[in-house]
Design a protein around this ligand. Structure first.
Ligand SMILES: *Cc1c(COP(=O)(O)O)cnc(C)c1O
Length: 474
């Protein structure tokens, strides 16, 4: 049909509305909203017909029933939760796109209690006077880190920006060229520095920076020495960096603060589980760093937050800065973080109860047992079906979140193999399933990594795959 003719076939708003109005399901939505959606649907039809690809236009879209359904679909989408639970089969424990650290059920009661009612967020219950939202977990943070004082803000990017703004505005900050990192696209050390009003003074080379490089760069304008964790990359081979102890010593000698952006916020050494050495927060504080900053939802395993800990003098100066208010953390985060931090009072408990730590330290043997259980559940579903075959394979998973970038954790995975097209379709079906199941395609197979799957996910996965097989066969 000709374009002009098709355009004429788009129903008039009022005509089609009289039809939509009579649909029972549409009555649960506000009339203005439903009409708005209808207007958008008609507008889409018009603009799609006016493009150069109008010849590919599917004429069924002009059918009244089709339009009614489209409006209903859009209304339903608007009123249903779009931020949804996802099952993580990628094996990446701190998957930033999937919300980083999952919280354990230890937060359940506390979180709902605080969310659904009032709390002492900013009231001191001893005196009845105004209190500070930062006070609740302060004692705990100081106990766990050994720091003199601490404050929590929205995230670690904010923590770094705030720290530099409050401590080094208008001054020079010396940092190694090997530490000018970019984290997750939009956080770049040089840009954050510029935003804070401090001047970046880069020293050394990408692979090697010596203590003397810092020494030589010190001027009367110097405001601080900064160390930034390389996080998501590693330079191998001919490398050299000044240790945090050396930098602290140098900073002390010239009476300047040493700031250390640790990134991940590791509270427990994981070396006994085969992880490479990595400074814990306690070690950085004990080494004498004046201020350390780290994330709440990376290796710490809690909620999204940026924690700033260190010498009282500096933390108090930071707390007074106007950006602190702009980056302020909400009560739900404070609650989830406090509940997580409490577990660290007993490290053995933390390793089992904090999901991110449990996943990172789960042994291949345990992963295998769980993989076998999932395989057993899948067996009846897969019986006599030839679309895909399943097998239990050994592969590696990653920590993610910019932590331990070179570490490959031995894991057990379920591999679905078949025609490339079937594998692609399976991946898409599971991704669009509710709840969504996210795996990875590798060497023409679809993989689900047991490391990041909860036992509760097994049932959902089996049912989803059963459903896909039925649809594919039919
Ligand atoms: C992850 C990271 C940040 C940013 O932390 P967010 O909590 O994601 O804002 C900053 N610095 C370093 C070194 C990091 O690893």
């Amino acid at each position: 049909m000709e374009q002009r003719e098709l355009l004429r076939k788009i129903p008039k708003m009022d005509d089609i509305w009289t039809k939509i109005e009579t649909v029972k399901e549409i009555k649960q939505f506000d009339e203005l909203i439903a009409k708005d959606e209808l207007r958008a649907v008609l507008q889409n039809l018009r603009s799609d017909l006016l493009t150069d690809h109008a010849d590919q236009f599917d004429e069924r879209r002009l059918l009244e029933d089709f339009i009614v359904n489209e409006v209903l679909f859009r209304c339903k989408k608007l009123s249903s939760m779009q931020l949804r639970k996802v099952i993580n089969g990628t094996g990446v424990v701190l998957h930033t796109n999937l919300g980083r650290a999952p919280l354990g059920d230890y937060v359940k009661d506390a979180l709902w209690d605080i969310a659904s009612g009032y709390s002492n967020l900013e009231m001191d219950l001893e005196t009845g006077k105004r209190g500070s939202r930062y006070s609740h977990m302060k004692d705990l943070l100081l106990k766990l880190t050994g720091a003199e004082d601490a404050i929590v803000v929205n995230n670690n990017a904010g923590a770094v920006l705030l720290t530099l703004s409050a401590m080094t505005k208008g001054k020079e900050v010396i940092i190694s060229r090997g530490e000018l990192v970019e984290i997750g696209g939009s956080f770049r050390v040089p840009e954050v520095m510029e935003q804070s009003g401090a001047t970046l003074v880069e020293v050394g080379a990408t692979n090697k920076t010596h203590l003397q490089d810092y020494e030589k760069a010190i001027t009367p304008e110097t405001g601080a020495l900064l160390k930034v964790h390389q996080s998501n990359f590693k330079i191998m081979g001919f490398t050299q960096e000044a240790t945090m102890e050396e930098l602290v010593e140098l900073a002390n000698k010239i009476d300047l603060p040493m700031i250390n952006d640790l990134g991940s916020g590791l509270f427990l050494s994981l070396q006994s589980f085969g992880f490479p050495p990595e400074p814990t927060v306690q070690e950085a504080v004990a080494a004498g760093c004046d201020v350390v900053t780290f994330s709440g939802d990376k290796l710490l395993g809690g909620a999204q937050a940026g924690i700033i800990a260190g010498k009282k003098k500096w933390i108090q100066q930071i707390a007074k800065h106007p950006l602190t208010r702009a980056l302020r953390v909400d009560k739900l985060t404070l609650c989830a973080l406090e509940a997580t931090l409490k577990l660290y009072l007993n490290p053995e408990e933390a390793l089992v109860k904090i999901p991110a730590l449990r996943m990172m330290t789960e042994k291949p043997k345990a992963l295998e047992t769980r993989a076998e259980a999932l395989m057993d559940m899948l067996k009846p579903v897969m019986a006599n079906k030839t679309i895909v075959n399943t097998s239990l394979v050994t592969e590696t998973s990653q920590v993610g979140g910019g932590a331990y970038p070179t570490v490959q954790l031995e894991s057990r995975l379920i591999r679905f193999e078949g025609e490339p097209q079937a594998v692609t379709k399976l991946e898409r079906f599971l991704r669009q399933h509710q709840p969504a199941i996210i795996g990875r395609i590798q060497d023409n197979g679809y993989l689900l990594d047991l490391r990041t799957l909860f036992d509760d996910d097994f049932d959902v996965i089996v049912k989803a795959i059963e459903c896909w097989i039925k649809l594919s066969a039919g």
